[in-house]
Every structure is written in structure tokens, then in C-alpha cells.
Design a protein around this ligand. Structure first.
Ligand SMILES: [Zn+2]
Length: 132
């Protein structure tokens, strides 16, 4: 299942970012998901919950931030919204367009809480989780 391998890659990326911090301290994991990834959010949350439990991230919640698909036509320069990986320019019908956004699968933030401290935001550099 597509979403299961993504969930496992995300959990592995979170654990790498945590270093010496306990995985049980993780409260929120924010992930940008591009529309072209065709990820089913409900399935991804379900798979993430299982993978998180197995890896000690028992209290963590997955926050998905959708990113709309966009492309720019190389022939006429128009920018347009896309919903699928196969598309034509709406102005000139060219298939020669460059995808600007929509392929994201980035871990963009981890929020942790320590036993005696309020929640702190932990910003991470975007980590790309492979879906294969
Ligand atoms: Zn065009």
C-alpha cells in the first residue's frame, strides 16, 4: 500500500530528526503533501498511527498541509492549476509544461513537549520522504 510506505518513511524521518529526544515527546508532525501525490489523507493518517505506535511516537498527531498542483507552460508561459500528473496547457494545448508545485512530500515541522516544559516548536529543514 502506497500510504503505508509513506507513513513508515515519515516516522523514520521524524526519528532521525529527534536525535536524543524521546519519541514519546512528539505531539505534532507537520507534513506538506502535494496534490499530485494522490495520497488519501484518511489512509495516510491510519497508516501513520500504526507506524507511530510501533516506533514509540504514541502521542503524535499527523498534520497534513495540502499543496495544490501548479504548472507553467513552456510554450506560452501561462501558469495554471493542475490536478493530475498528465495535463495540457489550457491556453495553447501544449503538453510541454513544467510542474511548479504539487509533488511535495515534506516533513516541515515537529512539535515536542518535555515533561516539565511547555510545547516547543521544532522546525526542521524539509525532508523528502520517498513513496517508493
Ligand atoms: Zn501554453
Amino acid at each position: 500500500m502506497h500510504e503505508l510506505s509513506i507513513a513508515e518513511a515519515l516516522v523514520a524521518a521524524v526519528r532521525r530528526e529527534l536525535g536524543a529526544l524521546s519519541p514519546a515527546a512528539v505531539r505534532r508532525v507537520r507534513v506538506q503533501v502535494g496534490a499530485l501525490r494522490l495520497i488519501e489523507p484518511t489512509a495516510l493518517r491510519f497508516c501513520y498511527a500504526g507506524a507511530a505506535r510501533e516506533n514509540g511516537l504514541t502521542e503524535s498527531e499527523l498534520i497534513l498541509e495540502p499543496v495544490a498542483g501548479r504548472a507553467v507552460c513552456r510554450q506560452c508561459g501561462v501558469e495554471f492549476a493542475i490536478e493530475e500528473a498528465v495535463f495540457l496547457c489550457p491556453r495553447c494545448d501544449s503538453a510541454d509544461a513544467q510542474i511548479l508545485a504539487g509533488n511535495e512530500l515534506n516533513l516541515v515541522g515537529i512539535e515536542c513537549v518535555a515533561d516539565d516544559a511547555p510545547a516547543v516548536g521544532h522546525s526542521v529543514a524539509p525532508v523528502t520522504a520517498s513513496s517508493r
